[in-house]
Design a protein around this ligand. Structure first.
Ligand code: NAP
Length: 324
């Protein structure tokens, strides 16, 4: 049996995705080499799913860690599930494969396991990650997401990625792809913000009904990077209910927040570049929350979104104006 399948979910295209993944986005100022160290520790601890993106500007360091762990015999390449994402400046169909090839070149890998549309909103192509006009406004553009999707399908056919999916899509946008005439491959997943304060129960139900996996990012309540997140936002891991449940199980609030997602059928990401917390976050398969615990955590939902992406609120594909 493929070891990747143990704690994995079968995707709608037949591939397997480990239900717990390591996030690799780091705030500005964190030395890039930290990513290499953290990913090597994570692989040693047992993480087999690594979530990355062109946007995070550390794919060289992440790729180095994976290649070193393959070279020292800890894992084989096929044991690792590696996700990268298509950044918004590459949505024009003719740019999509080039964008993936750029990531692969940085990684020095032959393929990725999953390639996601990072956000529904396209931006002006070019080298800048956030192209801005003279007044400092991000320059958005409208690219038909169905055309971008077809270009992702071609990347899968070319063998550059095993699976394809989306991120930050609402129900309407998912339906747009699912109903696209001539659809060749369905998205295998929708990666969205999801934690006890934004539990995405309706989107989760919809995704399950379409055999699309919901992948939770910021499941621990984000890194609170002031570039993206309001400094006055509530702190998930300080929640009294979550902490009371953690105490009862002799676990940390972080472990409870991760276990909550695993138990409701959500694939969950946890970012840590700290050895102690990387180990802690992997210890979520040896305890179980009771139905009452799950209900109490469900009750914490307040539809609080950390990543509002307000700079793109007037884009026709802006996903967060709808209920879900
Ligand atoms: P997160 O996983 O919610 O939380 C990370 C923060 O919690 C870090 O500051 C980490 O610091 C700390 N932490 C980790 N484990 C902990 C524990 N057991 N107890 C207490 N604190 C703990 O962060 P995130 O980066 O927002 O989300 C995770 C990943 O999702 C990202 O890295 C990225 O891969 C992905 N993501 C995707 C999108 C998207 O648009 N698709 C958006 C955001 C994030 P230390 O490193 O110091 O441990």
């Amino acid at each position: 049996m493929n070891p990747k399948r143990g704690r994995s979910v079968k995707l709608n295209d037949g591939h397997f995705m480990p239900v717990l993944g390591l996030g690799t986005a780091a705030s500005e100022g964190v030395p890039k080499s930290k990513a290499t160290e953290a990913i090597k520790v994570a692989i040693d601890v047992g993480f087999r799913h690594i979530d990355a993106a062109y946007l995070y500007e550390n794919e060289e360091e992440v790729g180095k860690a994976i290649r070193e762990k393959v070279a020292d015999g800890t894992v084989k390449r096929e044991d690792i599930f590696y996700t990268t994402k298509l950044w918004s400046t590459f949505f024009r169909p003719e740019l999509v494969q080039q964008a993936l090839e750029r990531s692969l070149k940085k990684l020095q890998l032959d393929y990725v396991d999953l390639f996601l549309i990072h956000l529904p909103m396209a931006m002006k192509p070019g080298e800048e990650l956030l192209p801005k006009d003279a007044s400092g406004k991000v320059i958005l553009e409208t690219v038909d997401l169905c055309d971008t999707w077809e270009a992702l399908e071609k990347c899968k056919d070319a063998g550059l990625t095993k699976s394809i999916g989306v991120s930050n899509f609402n129900r309407k946008l998912l339906e747009m792809i699912l109903n696209k005439p001539g659809l060749k491959y369905k998205p295998v997943c929708n990666q969205v913000e999801c934690h006890p304060y934004l539990n995405q129960s309706k989107l989760l139900e919809f995704c399950k009904s379409k055999d699309i996996v919901l992948v939770a990012y910021s499941a621990l309540g984000t890194q609170r990077d002031p570039k993206w997140v309001d400094k006055d936002s509530p702190v998930v891991l300080e929640d009294p209910t979550l902490n009371a449940i953690a105490k009862k199980h002799n676990r940390s609030a972080g472990q409870v927040a991760l276990r909550y997602q695993v138990q409701r059928g959500v694939v969950v990401l946890a970012k840590s570049f700290n050895e102690k917390r990387i180990k802690e976050n992997f210890q979520v398969f040896d305890f179980e929350l009771t139905p009452e615990d799950m209900k109490a955590i469900d009750g914490l939902n307040k539809n609080y979104r950390y990543f509002k992406l307000a700079f793109a609120a007037d884009h026709p594909y802006y996903p967060f104006s709808e209920e879900y």
